[in-house]
Write a protein that binds this ligand. Structure first.
Ligand SMILES: Nc1ncnc2c1ncn2[C@@H]1O[C@H](COP(=O)(O)OP(=O)(O)O)[C@@H](O)[C@H]1O
Ligand SMILES: [Mg+2]
Length: 243
């Protein structure tokens, strides 16, 4: 994808959360957003997803501008697949219905086409054996894999993942990261917020460090993670890698 963000500003009340964020990436498959808690990562992701409106600034995705007007945003939201840290699935529905519901209700699939697509994707992710279960009957890792399957099922042009493993045990983290890596190898485009530095290093082609609403540094992992230039980045990395 090509991603251009120009002077993006967003405040909540008096608090400036995105402070003139600019970023221009000609060609990127996986952009990892990294940085201290409260730095604005989720807000930036939600703006790109069309779930949050900026006060100022522009976002361009593959040369088309995201227009932050409700009617047009609805169309944009349909083209991105989102996965958050927790609470991704409808608790009263089976895993299968969690995948088919948006296909039918948002993407206007017939029930039969929705079932076929859900079956195909769950089979591909080896999740069919869990299809009849409700989220409470699944492990955290399985729940996130279902959430990812649901995000992929809509054939999005972009996947937006916000700390998809931070509520998981290490063992389950692995199974979710493996799935993300598989999707990455399929050539899908991602913007991913993560605290898993090893993973970010392996899968991201660009890393943006976001701190206090500003992008302090952006570049390939070998540069930003291994040879950070900015003090903020150095401090953040040493804090996160300490334990
Ligand atoms: N809907 C909201 N209303 C008010 N403040 C918010 C809202 N969303 C985020 N914030 C604030 O914006 C700041 C950045 O939050 P966030 O984007 O979630 O950062 P990060 O994901 O990097 O931890 C935080 O101080 C947070 O409390
Ligand atoms: Mg966040």
């Amino acid at each position: 994808m090509k991603l251009a963000i120009q002077k993006l500003r967003k405040s909540f009340g008096h608090q400036v959360v995105l402070d003139d964020v600019s970023l221009s990436l000609e060609k990127v498959h996986t952009l990892a957003l990294i940085g201290p808690s409260g730095g604005g990562k989720s807000t930036l992701l939600r703006v790109i997803a069309g779930l949050e409106r900026p006060d100022q600034g522009e976002v361009w995705l593959n040369d088309s501008q995201i227009v932050f007007q409700e009617k047009l945003l609805r169309g944009h939201r349909r083209t991105v697949g989102t996965v958050f840290q927790t609470f991704n699935l409808f608790p009263h529905l089976t895993a299968f219905a969690n995948v088919t519901l948006p296909l039918e209700k948002v993407h206007e699939y017939t029930p039969q086409n929705a079932r076929e697509s859900a079956t195909e994707i769950l089979e591909r992710f080896q999740l069919m054996e869990h299809a009849h279960k409700q989220p409470a009957q699944l492990s955290g890792g399985q729940r996130q894999r279902i959430a990812i399957a649901r995000a992929v099922a809509i054939k999005p042009k972009l996947l937006l993942f916000d700390e998809p493993t931070s509520a998981l045990d290490p063992e389950m983290t692995g199974e979710v990261l493996d799935l993300i890596e598989e999707l990455r190898e399929e050539g899908r485009d991602f913007v991913l917020v993560t605290h898993q530095m090893g993973f970010a290093h392996r899968v991201a082609d660009q890393i943006a460090i976001l701190s206090q609403g500003r992008i302090v540094e952006c570049g390939p992992p070998l540069q930003v993670l291994d040879q950070p230039k900015e003090e903020v980045t150095k401090q953040f990395l040493s804090r996160i890698l300490k334990y």
